[in-house]
Design a protein around this ligand. Structure first.
Ligand code: 3PG
Length: 211
């Protein structure tokens, strides 16, 4: 796949919010994905922060085909390979190095690399990618930072993530260089542990209404 085809601009158009999801127990994977879908959210960034994440990835990819599931927290080329083998349909990293970008771009899925500075944006552009995760959005400068750089690099589209809530999402979504935000607020750990899928569906519906 060429680097241009690996661009994740299409992924950013799937939903106003990409839920950033961490699952400990793979038994929660399918009901959680179905709850998001029932609430109107058709995409998941499933983080690779638990030892069972790839098992959950495979379950969602196989059993909830209507949701687009990608892998988040990709730190190494090996994790990117493993995620795609487990069914990941896109890859998200919290930051980027030339080696990681080259490795992710060699796979057959869109790539959403994390950036927090203009220098990192330019490095990712060198790899042919124009869609980027702005992370961690709050500490890295928030909406004011993205507004300030939009005139310099108007061809870059961001998915800000990190410290965003239903209440603050609009501060980002109204920016011309933002097409969605990411956040973990749709799947709070206590709701997942309690298997409170009704609450997840309600949070998803609230996020979907931002679109
Ligand atoms: C991520 O991996 O993108 C972040 O953990 C999500 O940030 P949040 O928990 O502040 O939404």
């Amino acid at each position: 796949m060429s680097t241009i085809m690996a661009d994740a601009s299409g992924v950013l158009k799937l939903s106003p919010v990409i839920p950033v999801v961490t699952i400990e127990d793979p038994a929660d994977a399918v009901p959680l994905a179905r709850a998001l879908l029932a609430g109107g959210i058709g995409v998941i960034e499933l983080t690779l922060r638990t030892p069972t994440a790839l098992t959950s990835m495979r379950l969602i990819a196989d059993e909830v085909p209507d949701i687009v599931v990608g892998a988040g927290t990709i730190l190494t080329p090996g994790q990117a390979d493993g995620a795609v083998a487990a069914g990941a349909q896109f890859l998200v990293s919290p930051g980027a190095t030339p080696a990681l970008l080259t490795a992710m771009n060699s796979l057959e899925v869109p790539v959403l690399p994390g950036v927090a500075t203009v220098g990192e944006v330019l490095m990712v552009l060198d790899h042919g990618l124009t869609a980027m995760k702005f992370f961690p959005a709050g500490p890295a400068g928030g909406p004011a930072y993205l507004a300030a750089i939009s005139a310099l690099i108007p061809h870059v589209t961001f998915c800000p993530t990190g410290g965003i809530s239903l209440a603050t999402a609009h501060d980002y979504l109204r920016l011309v260089n933002v097409s969605c935000v990411g956040g973990s607020w749709l799947t709070p750990a206590d709701a997942v542990v309690a298997k409170d899928w009704t609450r997840v569906e309600e949070l998803a519906a609230g996020a979907a209404a931002l679109g």
